[in-house]
Design a binder for this molecule. Structure first.
Ligand code: FES
Length: 152
């Protein structure tokens, strides 16, 4: 039986009806068609599903939708302002912070949180904070460069 869920997603108030066992990731992708958030592992290992909840990053595959009542969610689709990319999106392009791009939405959401939460003090600190976001192409050095540029 479905249950009601009210949450704000990328600035829009939504009243949904969801399965109690649906993850936030599945609700975003399958119910709301916000497919920018990726499903890599579906069990908390890869970071591809990273979104912000009330400004803090979480793995949406490990989060039940019903826990999001009254919360504000931001996905990769909510970062840009119209045609104006978020500075972190610009920096990923400038520094080639991706190859295949599958992990990129999660990387960018973590990168924004890294700076916002004050964990971008040094390269080591950035790498530690970003260690939950896996990139099979190995774009890590470029991702770190992008974060360092936005931080400065
Ligand atoms: Fe959530 Fe991999 S899909 S951490």
């Amino acid at each position: 039986e479905k249950v009601p869920l009210k949450m704000e997603v990328n600035g829009k108030q939504l009243s949904l009806s969801v399965e109690p066992r649906s993850t936030l990731l599945d609700i975003l992708r399958e119910q709301l068609n916000l497919t920018g958030t990726k499903k890599g592992c579906d069990h908390g290992q890869c970071g591809a599903c990273t979104v912000h909840v009330n400004g803090h990053r979480i793995n949406s595959c490990l989060t039940l939708g019903v826990m999001m009542n009254g919360k504000k969610i931001t996905t990769i689709e909510g970062l840009a302002h119209g045609d104006q990319l978020h500075p972190m999106q610009e920096a990923f392009i400038k520094h080639d912070g991706f190859q295949c791009g599958y992990c990129t939405p999660g990387q960018i959401m973590s990168a924004v949180a890294c700076i916002r939460e004050g964990h971008a003090g040094s390269e080591a600190e950035i790498r530690e904070y970003m260690s939950g976001n896996i990139c099979r192409c190995g774009a890590y050095p470029n991702i770190v460069n992008a974060i360092q540029e936005v931080k400065d």
